[in-house]
Ligand binder design. Structure first.
Ligand code: BES
Ligand code: ZN
Ligand code: ZN
Length: 503
């Protein structure tokens, strides 16, 4: 989608459709719908409608006016922003997505969106509109044979004629990169496991890095031999049951002007299909488990954004990709595996495989790259979904400052996190009779004992684990996200890096 800025009075914009936010400034039951603009001609064009009581400004409301009087646009689309006092960049992002989704099936291919004034400033308004538009323009229908190519091909963001050009152009550019990177992640997550095998995921990562084509951005991928050579016994224990070879994906962003040591180590769970293994899952809903690589896909999307936005800091991403399958070669409950760190793990349930691959991915990242901080993202437990639903990811951390930085980045981007506890009280649940640790801690505190298990494989690097089993997919699907996969985490990680490092 082409994105352009128009420094114009809204009523002067010649366009197929001009989308304008309408909020409700009324008290309780008396709606007072108000267009977010100071352009009198534009207000007049909608005056009859707003006076009629047929529109209230409630969130996601959409009303289309054809041939509006006194303005140059061919159509005027009013998009409800909800109560005026609650209106922020978060609502604006979703409204831009709503406008895109509304116009797509109407054969409109290009339109303009009037960026309203936000307390946060014009650049933030532009970012919200562009990002929301990209999210709304994404569809999950690539395998439908009657697929209608209904994408918006061009959006023009209308900003005040006197606005400063440079910061707004930067805002457009940055948010386009973020929107595309988030959609890159969503595309991977939506892919079925027969088409996105661990090898194919590694291939996509390589292709993405190749396309960016920067001497400072590298992708290395390794197969089973390397995994065995590195003695990644926990990763291999999951991979051994599958016909599909596993892949270890390493992406490195190392700009020349960054400090020698990488600052951030990102680790992603990349289970391209989680059948549960010998502890097989019930068949009802099992098809969803193609999304069990969403943590890894988010790391690939975040690295794409980082390599294009070029912060002055080294960032490493490691994704352990494999299927979790039952077979004659699959691991079995009771088996004891030796992880890369040397710790022994008693397998109680082969469906608790995410923590196994992450145990080795975290140890490998810490030992090989010695990052200043590590963050892992994983669709790790059903328990986190029970606790937090789809609106917050569970955050577990050994470092308060890093946790606070992520919480702030979460509030800013809408990829929100909710901190959960770690604590040695939970260790008892994962102590094993036969090995150093067991991979399941019982029903109670399931998301916490999973995190507590991971903690045993991190030495002293400040670390955050984000359990994204709930947030990686939108449910129920919203007006903005009809795609299932949400791309959660891409904007969060970009924000974390941007908050701290110049680019
Ligand atoms: N990939 C799943 C997590 C999951 C489960 C996500 C259900 C969404 C819905 C993970 O590998 C898993 O199976 N976890 C088990 C752990 C249990 C065996 C201790 C779970 O959460 O049920
Ligand atoms: Zn599992
Ligand atoms: Zn899993």
């Amino acid at each position: 989608m082409k994105t352009t800025l128009s420094f114009s009075r809204p009523s002067e914009v010649e366009t197929e459709c001009l989308a304008v936010v309408i909020v409700d400034q009324g008290e309780k039951d008396k709606p007072a719908p108000t267009l977010l603009t100071t352009d009198e001609a534009l207000k007049n064009a909608a005056a009859e409608l707003t006076a009629s009581g047929e529109v209230s400004g409630k969130i996601f409301e959409t009303v289309l006016i054809h041939r509006p009087q006194g303005i140059k646009a061919k159509r005027l689309l009013l998009v409800g922003g909800g109560k005026a006092k609650n209106f922020s960049g978060h609502e604006l992002r979703k409204l831009a997505g709503t406008a895109v989704r509304f116009l797509k099936p109407k054969q409109v291919r290009s339109f303009s969106f009037l960026a309203p004034e936000l307390p946060a400033g014009a650049a933030d308004a532009v970012k919200a509109v562009v990002q929301g538009a990209f999210v709304g323009n994404f569809d999950p229908d690539i395998y439908k044979s009657d697929r209608k190519d209904q994408r918006i091909t061009e959006i023009t963001i209308v900003v005040p004629p006197g606005a400063d050009r440079a910061p707004l152009e930067t805002a457009v550019n940055e948010s386009r990169i973020l929107g595309e990177s988030q959609n890159f992640t969503r595309e991977l997550v939506n892919e079925p496991s027969n088409r996105l095998t661990p090898t194919a995921l590694a291939e996509r990562a390589r292709k993405m890095a190749e396309e960016i084509n920067s001497p400072h951005f590298k992708c290395e991928t390794y197969g089973a031999d390397k995994i065995k050579e590195l003695k990644m016994g926990a990763f291999w224990s999951v991979a051994q049951g599958s016909e599909e070879p596993p892949a270890l994906i390493v992406l490195r962003w190392s700009p020349p002007d960054a400090p020698e040591k990488p600052v951030l180590g990102l680790v992603g769970k990349g289970i391209t299909f989680d059948s549960g293994g010998i502890s097989i899952k019930p068949s009802d809903g099992m098809e969803k488990m193609k999304y069990d690589m969403a943590g890894g896909a988010a790391m690939l999307g975040a690295m794409r954004a980082i390599a294009l936005l070029q912060p002055k800091v080294k960032v490493i991403a490691v994704v352990c990709a494999t299927e979790n399958m039952p077979s004659g070669r699959a691991q079995k409950p009771g088996d004891v595996q030796i992880a890369m760190s040397g710790k022994s793990i008693e397998i109680i349930n082969t469906d608790a495989e995410g923590r196994l691959v992450l145990a080795d991915a975290l140890a490998y990242t810490e030992d090989r790259f010695k990052p200043r901080f590590m963050i892992d993202l994983a669709t790790l437990t059903g328990a986190i979904m029970v606790a937090l639903g789809h609106h917050h990811a569970g955050m577990f951390s050994t470092d308060d400052a890093l946790a606070e930085a992520l919480a702030a980045a979460g509030e800013a981007t809408g990829d929100r996190v909710w901190r959960m506890p770690l604590g040695k009280e939970y260790d008892k649940q994962i102590n094993s009779k036969f090995a150093d640790v067991k991979n399941v801690g019982g029903r109670d505190a399931g998301a916490i004992t999973a995190a507590q298990f991971l903690k045993r494989f991190v030495k002293d690097t400040p670390w955050v684990h984000l359990d994204v089993a709930g947030t990686a997919i939108g449910s129920p699907q919203t007006d903005v996200n009809r795609s299932w996969a949400s791309g959660w985490g891409v904007r969060l990680l970009d924000r974390l890096v941007a908050d701290k490092y110049e680019r």
